[in-house]
Ligand binder design. Structure first.
Ligand code: FES
Ligand code: FES
Length: 163
């Protein structure tokens, strides 16, 4: 007869949007589920939950990752930035403002992930042309097909420099 199955738990510390958290959870938990279900940071969206749509994009130590594909345990001691962490002092981040100015969303489901990828795109110097932006952002699916406006928003944000 088979016995009960026990899953191990892990305890980690991580910084999310500048706030340090000490958390214990099931070792199988994804970073996406930790953000949404434990920390209630629901700006980061769950689309495919298998690394195909980009809706869950966040910055991990400054680099874009699909949070659904990252084990939360591997974020121990690291810095996570979500869309909730971009605005400062009551002012939207330049990329957030550019998405509004360029009308770069319709339903908005993909938008947080698009914005986080756009931040990475600009910071890493991949926003030098429409083609380069589209290539860099190709992991972020928009089912409303707002791609021209998204690319325009990234271009506008890049033109401002400080991102
Ligand atoms: Fe993570 Fe789609 S929800 S890539
Ligand atoms: Fe609807 Fe992108 S704005 S999926």
């Amino acid at each position: 007869m088979e016995g009960p199955i026990f899953f191990s738990r892990v305890a980690i510390g991580l910084r999310v949007n500048g706030i340090v958290h000490a958390l214990e959870f099931d070792a199988r938990t994804s970073l996406l589920d930790l953000l949404r279900e434990r920390l209630r940071l629901t700006g980061t969206k769950k689309g495919c939950n298998r690394g195909e749509c980009g809706a869950c994009t966040v910055l991990l130590d400054g680099a874009c990752v699909n949070a659904c594909m990252v084990l939360a345990a591997s974020a121990d001691g690291r810095e996570v930035t979500t869309v909730e962490g971009l605005a400062t002092g009551g002012r939207l981040h330049p990329v957030q403002q550019a998405f509004i100015d360029q009308d770069a969303f319709q339903c908005g489901f993909c938008t947080a992930g698009q914005i986080m990828s756009a931040v990475g795109c600009v910071r890493e110097g991949h926003a030098t042309s429409d083609e380069e932006i589209r290539e860099w952002m190709s992991g972020n699916i928009c089912r409303c097909s707002a791609y021209p406006q998204i690319a325009a928003a990234v271009t506008a944000a890049a033109a401002q420099g400080e991102v």
